[in-house]
Design a binder for this molecule. Structure first.
Ligand code: ADP
Ligand code: MG
Length: 352
């Protein structure tokens, strides 16, 4: 068992793209860790570099206390599941799963036993004698996951492991993955562009953008206190309200209303006010506007108000409390849920 230490890591492709840019990251032993970010931010490159499939231009990767510069992929104690599965087409599912054990010359009986045990957990038992060409995309992906798990490496790297599963299977596979990871206590890094998946599964999340880590924290920290407006925008099933405000002596002026402000801002300073739709509720006064749209989210509805100056503010309301379009409403944030960001740099200034 081992943690991962990444220090000052930069990775460049021959075309000059710097996919990872001076990145530091420590994944602790036994942790289920998510790399979360939009497409093209360098998640796959980072994972491939940890696996030894890309060479860094600068910096280093260590697993446990072992520095891995120059160590080939097979010698790193790492198992990786690729986004495109990379299964052997001429082998059966059982042979694919057991392949790494065969390479290590494990006894036949142990190969079969491992394949059957891991396959059972991933609903693959009926498919052990099929070839990849006879499987659906989701079944192929589960076979790739099973092959990685069967290796019993120190570190498991999963590139978008659930993205090709249909919604129902994805939830099942999520639960399975989490339970299995707990049982094996295997240091696991999984890549996802799906913030809900990262929040649901991970012990900690690194939110990435342009080859760097924007924020590192537990799901709760990243959700409740996004470190900057990029993270604030990216995390949450409904986008956070990010509104232009102005600091005043007695608070912050925002869309014609007065809100509690962060301490220590000079009067007149511009500030970005962040509040999640889930933390706004209808009140006597506050941000006031006319209902422009009502969207059904299932248990709740997402209501968008057009406030002073055309500013749009969204909030969720219980299904029964749905207002009609055109109605005038005032809304207030729950205490402790107002976030303030620098107007220039987008960094978190404070919480009220
Ligand atoms: P992600 O997995 O977050 O979508 P990638 O690591 O695949 O991001 O890509 C990061 C950046 O590196 C992107 O700009 C991408 O276009 C570029 N890139 C990825 N692979 C290669 C490659 N083999 N050659 C050149 N550029 C690449
Ligand atoms: Mg990728």
């Amino acid at each position: 068992m081992a943690g991962i230490d990444i220090t000052g890591l930069s990775v460049e492709y021959p075309n000059g793209v710097r996919a990872v840019d001076g990145l530091d990251l420590r994944v602790t032993d036994g942790e289920l860790f998510a790399l979360l970010g939009p497409s093209g931010c360098g998640k796959t490159t980072l994972l491939r570099t940890v696996a030894g499939l890309e060479q860094p231009a600068a910096g280093a990767v260590a697993i446990g206390s072992r520095e891995l510069t120059g160590v080939p992929p097979g010698g790193r104690g790492v198992a990786m599941v690729f986004q495109d599965y990379a299964l052997f087409p001429h082998m059966t599912v059982a042979e694919n799963i057991a392949y790494p054990l065969r390479v290590r010359r494990a006894p036949q009986a142990r190969q079969r036993e491992a394949a059957e045990r891991v396959a059972a957990g991933l609903s693959l038992s009926e498919l052990l004698d099929r070839r990849p060409g006879q499987l659906s995309g989701g079944q192929q992906q589960r076979t790739a996951l099973a092959r990685a798990i069967a290796v019993e490496a120190d570190v498991l790297l999963l590139d978008e492991p659930l993205s090709n599963l249909d919604a129902r299977l994805r939830l099942e596979a999520r639960t399975f993955l989490k339970r299995l990871q707990r049982e094996l206590a295997l240091t696991t890094v999984f890549v996802t562009h799906d913030q809900a998946e990262a929040l649901a599964l991970a012990d900690r999340i690194a939110v990435m953008e342009a080859g760097r880590v924007r924020q590192l924290g537990t799901p709760r920290e990243v959700f409740q206190r996004p470190a900057d407006t990029f993270v604030a925008n990216f995390i949450g099933s409904t986008p956070m309200n990010l509104l232009d405000g102005t600091a005043r002596d007695d608070g912050v002026e925002c869309a014609g209303a007065r809100l509690p402000g962060p301490p220590g801002l000079p009067g007149g300073a511009p500030v970005v006010v962040g509040v999640r739709p889930e933390y706004l509720s209808v009140a006597e006064d506050g941000l006031t506007g006319r209902v422009s749209t009502v969207e059904n989210l299932g248990v709740t509805s997402l209501v968008t108000l057009e406030c002073a100056g055309g500013v749009l503010v969204s909030l969720t309301v219980p299904e029964q409390g749905e207002p009609a379009a055109g109605e005038v409403l005032s809304v207030r944030p729950a205490p402790g849920r107002l976030l303030f960001y620098g107007a220039e740099d987008g960094r978190l200034l404070g919480v009220r």
